[in-house]
Design a protein around this ligand. Structure first.
Ligand code: UD1
Ligand code: CA
Length: 465
């Protein structure tokens, strides 16, 4: 068996996306398109992964290198077509007799099973060229497969070069091929750009192989969705819908209730426990782990966070890089910024923002608070409107609150400050100094009462008139 190298054509300008962003970097389910493709070819035993990039696509290299440092890159200076793109890889195949798996960077959902069956068939039949084809209900935009009367493949005709009769053909080119390297690079030298797009088409390789009496094989893909090419934003939304559907089905089969799977967004790289119930509009982004028997109400966005069992998250919460322990209750409208750790059975209510803060077991911050850079003990009650003033314009400072502290409403903590356990803070206080344990602390101005002040004022005004 000849070793296989993959060459991924990704130098195209992606004009139809009408975007400043390079086409293969458009995310699908939060992950750049090109990485989806690389994820899927990884399980196939490939020797080298080579990407053909345009000079303007340097960013693609950066993104790919992070997850696939073994990838290699060649450059296509001018986008003269897919055949010209593959020709740029020739220098990596000098004096080599290899099988090349050619893929388009904008066709990210090919399964490794399909790739394996294409490879197996190619090897069994000792083919020089194999291509993966698909029967599509809507073949518009794809190259059509032209066969002779006996069903033998003759050539590929691009849609724009096709006759009305050829356009009726439902069998299309998926852009995924296996080819012998010596044959391919020799053949490519003879291609012309005499076509509607003035491009050197890789698709001409079929006619070339047929002309040179080389063995050409085709394999039909069972699931056409695998070979969906993403050329514009409409295709992009279909790709999103496909991933969404796959994720929803996977989690429902694993015992998660999705009230409306069409409007639930679960990225790859997420784990969700059984009997968790998810309402419409929830986004669970990569790196998140959700436990069993949790309830996530509508419009909750969770990124890279760990949510333990039996957590209740009410509507409109944003939770990022945080940990929520068992039986915690959050929201509605809570914002948990990076570094929030909410210990067991704690409650965080509406319009509470938390950052780099640990909230101890069974503590409560139920209304309108900002708690940043703090460590808060167990069974603490944080009254409505409590603010940790953690920033003095220069640096960030810490607030430490011990167990069983009662913080009255509208308290400000001027950090750094420590409140020892069991203390009580009167409402409306500004806490500047540390409070020893089990003390009462208040910092309100004394209240003044002037009896009858209102009626005296009214009489005075009347007289003046
Ligand atoms: C291509 C095929 C078509 C097939 C379809 C499958 C050709 C001529 N047509 O059409 O038969 O049905 O894919 O999705 O091959 N690229 C370069 N350099 C270039 C031009 C393109 O690297 O100069 C790359 C693009 O980045 C893209 C891939 O090649 O990833 C395919 O190019 P694209 O323009 O999308 O081709 P299609 O019109 O989709
Ligand atoms: Ca395409």
């Amino acid at each position: 068996m000849k070793p296989i190298d993959a060459v991924i054509l990704s130098a195209g300008l992606g004009t139809r996306m009408k975007s400043k962003r390079i086409k293969v970097l458009h995310p699908i389910g939060g992950r750049p398109m090109i990485l989806h493709l690389l994820d899927r070819i990884k399980p196939v035993s490939i020797e080298r992964i080579i990407l053909v990039l345009g000079r303007q696509n340097e960013k693609v290299k950066e993104v790919v290198m992070k997850d696939f440092p073994e990838a290699q890159f060649v450059y296509q200076e001018k986008q003269l077509g897919t055949g010209h793109a593959l020709a740029q890889a020739e220098k990596l195949f000098v004096n080599q007799d290899k099988t090349i798996l050619v893929l388009n960077g904008d066709t990210p959902f090919i399964s490794h099973e399909t790739l394996l069956s294409l490879i197996r068939n190619h090897q069994e039949k000792s083919a020089t060229l194999s291509l993966l084809t698909a029967g599509l209900e809507h073949p518009e935009g794809y190259g059509r497969i032209i066969r002779d009367r006996r069903g033998k493949i003759q050539k590929i005709v691009e849609e724009r070069d096709a006759t009305p009769l050829q356009r009726k053909i439902a069998e299309v080119n998926t852009g995924i091929y296996l080819m012998n390297s010596r044959f391919a690079f020799k053949a490519l030298k003879e291609f012309s750009s005499k076509n509607v797009q003035d491009e050197i088409y890789l698709t001409d390789i079929v006619a070339s192989a047929v002309k040179n009496k080389k063995a050409v094989e085709t394999v039909h893909v069972g699931q056409p969705e695998e070979v969906m090419g993403i050329n514009n934003r409409v295709d992009l939304s279909s790709a999103e819908a496909l991933l969404r559907k796959r994720a929803a089905e996977k989690w429902m089969k694993a015992g998660v209730t999705l009230i409306d799977p069409h409007h639930t967004y679960i990225e790859e790289g997420v784990i969700i426990g059984k009997d968790t119930v998810i309402y419409p509009g929830v986004y669970i982004k990569k790196g998140s782990r959700i436990g069993e028997e949790c309830t996530l109400h509508s419009n909750v966005i969770i990124s890279n966070s760990r949510i333990q069992n039996s957590v209740l998250i009410k509507e409109f919460c944003v939770i990022t890089d945080s940990i929520l322990e068992e039986a915690v209750v959050i929201g509605p409208f809570a914002h948990l910024r990076p570094g929030s750790i909410i210990r067991k059975k704690a409650h965080i209510g509406n319009f509470v923002e938390i950052k780099k803060t640990e909230i101890g077991e069974e503590s409560k911050a139920n209304h309108l608070s900002y708690l940043g850079d703090s460590v808060i003990g167990k069974r603490v009650n944080i009254g409505a409107g409590t603010i940790t003033c953690n920033y003095d314009g220069v640096g960030k400072h810490q607030t430490v609150i011990g167990d069983d502290v009662f913080v009255g409403s509208d308290t400000q903590f001027i950090a750094p400050v420590t409140v020892e356990s069991g203390s009580v803070i009167g409402a409306g206080s500004t806490i500047v100094e540390n409070i020893p344990k089990e003390s009462l602390s208040l910092s309100r101005a004394p209240q003044i009462i002037k009896k009858g002040w209102v009626s005296r004022k009214k009489i005075k005004i009347k007289k003046e008139r």
